[in-house]
Design a protein around this ligand. Structure first.
Ligand SMILES: O=C(O)CCC(=O)C(=O)O
Ligand SMILES: [Fe+2]
Length: 304
């Protein structure tokens, strides 16, 4: 287990038995109430947004966070997969400086970068009034050797309605598998490739990552899959077996109802942990503007 000096670094919560109709298919761990941490760091209030996933943090100006608060946030995001900091209005320079406190700043190859800020990716998708779409649930830039630990978005321009971002909890996805399936996944690696980029020259070689990874901060195991275009092979399995398994695991990940859905407000700062979550934007905001600035930092080589 990692250093658990802070109150919120827990995985010893109550165990929920399988409950008919909840979508949960096995025993899952319920994390401790993040309110327990509120007293631990002056001025930081953390409120769980759903039963498992998403925490809102108030009472803190992120750009002025102390080192202890940065560590608390690292653990909160690691435990609850995503954290929302309302009313931050963080500009590009402060944004990069803030994420640099969590790790080496990096970006996805081939995406639309800010003209004046090297490490800031501009996410500015217009919705299509006739046909809402979603990029599909995924974990960011998993096709490199050290995928990003954290991705963050600062809300610059938000639609009046729609354009939400959803987050799925991959600890719960793993914990709700049967012991038989967990056994099958032990030691199994999946092949990750890039897809959907306009700059093929920036595309790295495929990489193999464990199907189940251990989170270095929480010590919990999470399912590490993404959509089939990017997660294309299971080591040692026939193509048909690999495809069926990956498809099953991906669908299972999205069927656990352990999700947080974020409705954007201007000034929101949202940060998620790619090691234990999937996310998807819903582009159903018609022709209204939606501009988010995105900065990520590099994680470690995934390990089981
Ligand atoms: O537009 C969004 O809400 C999220 C887009 C996305 O997948 C990302 O920023 O990694
Ligand atoms: Fe993403």
């Amino acid at each position: 287990m990692p250093d658990c000096a802070l109150t919120l670094c827990v995985d010893n919560g109550a165990t929920l038995a399988q409950t008919a109709g909840t979508g949960l298919t096995g025993d899952v761990t319920v994390s401790a109430d993040p309110a327990e941490v509120a007293g631990a760091f002056e001025g930081l209030q953390a409120t769980l947004q759903t039963g498992y996933t998403g925490v809102r943090v108030d009472g803190l100006r992120l750009v002025d966070a102390t080192d202890d608060q940065i560590e608390a946030i690292r653990r909160l995001v690691g435990e609850y997969c995503v954290a929302v900091f309302p009313g931050q209005y963080i500009g590009p320079e402060d944004h990069v400086a803030l994420i640099a406190r969590f790790g080496k700043v990096t970006h996805t190859p081939g995406v639309n970068m800010h003209p004046d800020h090297d490490e800031v990716h501009v996410v500015a998708d217009r919705g299509d009034p006739a046909k809402p779409k979603s990029g599909g649930f995924h974990t960011d830039t998993c096709f490199v050797a050290k995928p990003p630990s954290f991705t963050s978005l600062s809300a610059i321009e938000v639609p009046d309605h729609g354009g939400d971002t959803l987050f799925a909890n991959q600890y719960i996805a793993y914990e709700s598998l049967s012991e038989v399936m967990k056994g099958w996944l032990r030691g199994l690696r999946l092949k990750h490739v890039v897809s959907g980029t306009d700059r093929p020259e920036a595309v790295p070689d495929p990489v193999w990552h464990p199907a189940v990874r251990t989170h270095p901060v929480t010590g919990r195991k999470a399912l590490y899959v993404t959509y089939a275009d990017r997660c294309i092979e299971a080591e040692g399995m026939t193509p048909a077996e690999g495809e069926s398994l990956i498809t099953y695991l991906y669908e299972h990940s999205l069927a656990q109802h352990a999700m947080y859905r974020h409705r954007w407000s201007e000034g929101d700062f949202v940060m998620w942990d790619n090691r234990c979550s999937l996310h998807a934007a819903v582009y159903d905001h018609g022709d209204q503007p939606r501009t988010l600035y995105r900065v990520m930092c590099e994680g470690e080589v995934p390990f089981e």
